[in-house]
Design a binder for this molecule. Structure first.
Ligand SMILES: *Cc1c(COP(=O)(O)O)cnc(C)c1O
Length: 389
């Protein structure tokens, strides 16, 4: 393991924390019951474990346990929220507002709805990655049924102004959905204070297992109607059928519980690592910090470097640091990240981008190694490049 590159891609996914894994293990073997089996102890103990995670998640976001609907992850939660609202509120209106920098799991369902005849407004972002609240306000209409704006961006880490958005939506009785896949366990989230009606969550970005997530669905003030996107045994109050994946649900609960307990001290530590990294590399010629400098996730540092070739930079970093670059591969073709393009970057600069996702298991020594390697990589690229970009 020791000769593998240093993992700095915690926004893509995280390892499962040992404490999470240990909590999950009994639910694969002895405690294997179906949480829907009501006539024996096997079912009861699974049902109790599921209930416990529901309570942990509800407490984490100031909701009620009945408002948590388990899904396979944030992709499914986003699909259920967006398509489920579109279908349920069709007679009220067919206009949806979202943002250019959302995850594909929000943009693609919106694109799909557009093909069915819905009208989608995609708001631009400012240079710092935040939405312009005035533009949002102007986009809202009498037939707007949903606003979907993410809590924390997966590439540039910026935190959108949820409280202001929530208030604007509530005043107009428009449903507000937020994709909080990157935010849960990392920043405080309160569905009451923020007037959030739907919130997508996932476990694998917060040291829980892959393949499990949840959608918070508001039941009171107002009661949100949602059309199921998967029909079957009527699980999750009819909103998402399918036998509950108990071990993953147990892991999800444990992961969020740990993250909340450690949130403050861990954020402090991550900010120190991030600042250390930035201080070491900020003197590199032509380097930019992407996204708002303060309103961002503690573990996110996203930079672009003018005048270096993006592909060469990415290749140069690979042996030492497992980071994400400014390109997004979708079905074989490489394209510059649309999030960076939305910030106003040229394609070339977007490619020459590095996303550092710093997380729970990173150390000061690792940060120092990666900083030095980035500096020498850029130096050698500049020395040997014949054509200047
Ligand atoms: C990772 C991520 C998703 C997708 O979550 P899955 O659980 O992998 O489906 C959606 N939105 C954001 C912002 C993400 O970071």
């Amino acid at each position: 393991m020791s000769n593998r590159p240093i993992y700095l891609d915690y926004h893509a996914t995280t390892p499962v924390d040992e404490r999470v894994l240990n909590a999950m293990i009994p639910y694969f073997t002895e405690k294997f019951g179906n949480a829907a089996s009501i006539s024996h102890v096997y079912g009861w103990e699974s049902e109790a474990a599921v209930k416990q995670t529901r309570e942990i998640l509800a407490t984490a976001i100031n909701a009620k346990p009945e408002e948590i609907v388990f899904t396979s992850g944030a992709t499914e939660a986003n699909n259920l929220a967006i398509k489920g609202i579109a279908e349920a509120y069709f007679s009220k209106g067919q206009h949806i507002v979202t943002v250019a920098t959302e995850h594909k799991a929000v943009l693609d369902p919106c694109e799909y709805l557009k093909s069915l005849g819905f009208e989608i407004t995609i708001l631009p972002v400012q240079k710092d990655g935040l939405i312009d609240l005035e533009k949002l306000e102007k986009s809202l209409r009498h037939d707007t049924i949903l606003v979907s704006v993410m809590a924390a961006n997966n590439e540039i880490g910026v935190l959108q102004p949820l409280a202001e958005i929530g208030e604007m939506c509530r005043q107009r009785q428009i449903i507000f959905h937020t994709d909080a896949a990157q935010a849960i366990g990392k920043i405080p989230l309160d569905v009451e204070a923020l007037n959030i009606d739907l919130m997508s969550l996932t476990a694998h970005k917060v040291y829980g297992p892959k393949g499990i997530g949840a959608l918070y669905v508001r039941r009171r003030n107002p009661r949100v109607q949602l059309a199921s996107q998967q029909h079957g045994g009527g699980h999750e109050r009819g909103m998402r059928s399918g036998t509950l994946y108990t071990p993953q649900i147990v892991g999800f609960g444990k992961a969020v519980e740990i993250a909340l307990t450690e949130q403050e001290t861990e954020n402090q530590r991550l900010i120190e690592l991030r600042e250390r990294l930035w201080q070491k590399i900020s003197h590199v010629e032509g380097i930019y910090l992407n996204g708002h400098p303060q309103k961002r996730l503690a573990g996110n540092l996203n930079i672009s470097i003018e005048g270096v070739d993006g592909a060469a930079l990415s290749l140069g970093l690979q042996p030492i640091a497992a980071v994400s670059s400014g390109s997004a591969c979708s079905s074989n073709n490489v394209a510059p990240s649309y999030v960076l393009i939305a910030l106003g970057h040229s394609e070339k600069l977007a490619y020459a981008t590095v996303r550092f996702g710093i997380g729970r298991f990173n150390t000061v020594a690792e940060i120092d190694t990666v900083a030095e390697h980035l500096i020498t990589t850029v130096k050698s690229l500049r020395k040997f490049s014949v054509v200047t970009c």
